[in-house]
Design a protein around this ligand. Structure first.
Ligand code: ADP
Ligand code: DAR
Length: 384
């Protein structure tokens, strides 16, 4: 049974004011068009390796540059300004609202196909099939390689646009709805919500350094318009054991995270699944028939699951070509110790499944499981 917050007339009035202000179908203004043309010219001339540069061909650019989404008036500039400003983007595009995936499908579809290993515009993401933790043995029972294991998924709350289209009030409204649902959690999930507003800077930095809390001032998100009114509406939920966390309104409305020391992937995964189920009793999540669960970034669509290990593989690290060859073979993403766009510190890499669409939740976690086992086997072979 879904228990929504009591209807609040002022919420509805603000929503109408916001929607009327941003009602779709308005032509793109000349200033935005000029920015778009200028930014596109610079991108084409750059040595960017982003998927945006790879797939935004001139004919697609010309066909899309004057389009806007029907409900929130999001433009092509709103979608790609992060990639135009940051030529070192890996992807370079976000959806300001769910309709953008359809309005700008000619650009999103080839980028989705490229990133998610061949998910074509005619493909349909499968229905959810989560499997369960006992399907996955401990990846490192002797604690030789794996420092910690983390599994996360993202969820967007129905009837709210993504970050760049949220009003200040809607950030607060979402935070209220999500933290309200979190504060009903019991058993191993019982804990407390910490808004970023009012959080001591030293506490915030410690949580970031411990890899619990998201970083601040991400230039990719800032230039995508996802950091407006910061830190209003943003925060983190912890359970008492601090192995279940929820990020509120960072990149997505909700990131549901389970993590702990060691390699017990099954236990970490089960804990995340229980959290998703508990929150789903109070909140309605946005799910598209074809794209699966909807998120702000196209790299997170579908299952939205990233299963990762912080792992030390000194021999493979000394042989990066071999490491990358295996990562490619098993659809793994090798990142630095603090996640994307960071370097490995102390030989610790963050290695996770790369693709999230065109496979079930169980298959996405299995792909990471098989890949990490293959990396550990290779580490042993290289060492002998
Ligand atoms: P996401 O990985 O959810 O897409 P980010 O890359 O922005 O989000 O940040 C992930 C955070 O979680 C980073 O601080 C990263 O160091 C941390 N992290 C990722 N995997 C693990 C892990 N297995 N153990 C501990 N921390 C992790
Ligand atoms: N930083 C952007 C997005 C990459 C995917 N990571 C997300 N969504 N957190 C880039 O294009 O590099």
């Amino acid at each position: 049974m879904l228990r929504l917050r009591p209807f609040r007339l002022e919420t509805f009035k603000v929503f109408c004011r916001h929607a009327s202000k941003t009602g779709g179908g308005k032509p793109v203004d000349s200033n935005a068009l000029a920015q778009l043309e200028e930014g596109y010219k610079k991108l084409v001339a750059s040595n960017s390796k982003s998927l945006l540069k790879k797939h935004l061909k001139k004919d697609i650019f010309d066909n899309l540059k004057k389009k806007t989404t029907p409900s929130f008036n999001s433009s092509l500039l709103d979608c790609i300004q992060s990639g135009l400003c940051n030529h070192d983007s890996g992807v370079g595009i976000y959806a300001p609202d769910a309709e953008a995936y359809k309005t700008f499908a000619d650009l999103f579809d080839p980028i989705i196909e490229d990133y998610h290993g061949g998910f074509k515009k005619t493909d349909k993401h499968p229905e959810s099939c989560f499997g369960q933790g006992k399907d996955f043995a401990n990846l490192d029972p002797n604690n030789k390689y794996i420092v910690s294991t983390r599994v996360r998924c993202g969820r967007s709350v129905k009837n709210f646009p993504f970050n760049p289209c949220l009003s200040e009030f809607e950030y607060a409204e979402l935070e209220c709805m999500i933290s309200g649902a979190l504060n009903t959690m019991s058993g191993q999930y019982k804990g407390g919500y910490l808004p970023l507003c009012g959080m001591e800077k030293s506490v915030q930095q410690k949580l970031i350094d411990e890899h619990f809390l998201f970083k601040e001032g991400d230039r990719f998100l800032e230039t995508a318009g996802a950091s407006r009114f910061w830190p209003i509406g943003r925060g983190i939920y912890f359970n008492e054991a601090r192995n279940f966390l929820v990020w509120v309104n960072e990149e997505d409305h909700i990131r549901i995270i389970s993590m702990e020391k060691g390699g017990d992937l099954g236990k970490v995964y089960d804990r995340m699944l229980g959290g998703v189920e508990a929150l789903g009793k109070y909140l309605q999540f946005s799910r598209d028939q074809r794209l699966g669960y909807l998120t702000f970034c196209p790299t997170n669509l579908g299952t939205t699951i990233r299963a990762s290990v912080h792992i030390k593989l000194p021999n493979l690290t000394a042989n990066p070509e071999e490491m990358q060859k295996l990562a490619t073979k098993y659809n793994l993403q090798v990142r630095g110790t603090s996640g994307e766009h960071t370097e490995a510190k102390g030989g610790v890499h963050d290695i996770s499944n790369k693709r999230r669409m065109g496979l079930t939740e169980y298959e996405a976690v299995k792909e990471m499981y098989d890949g990490i086992r293959a990396l550990i086997d290779a580490e042993n072979k290289v060492c002998k």
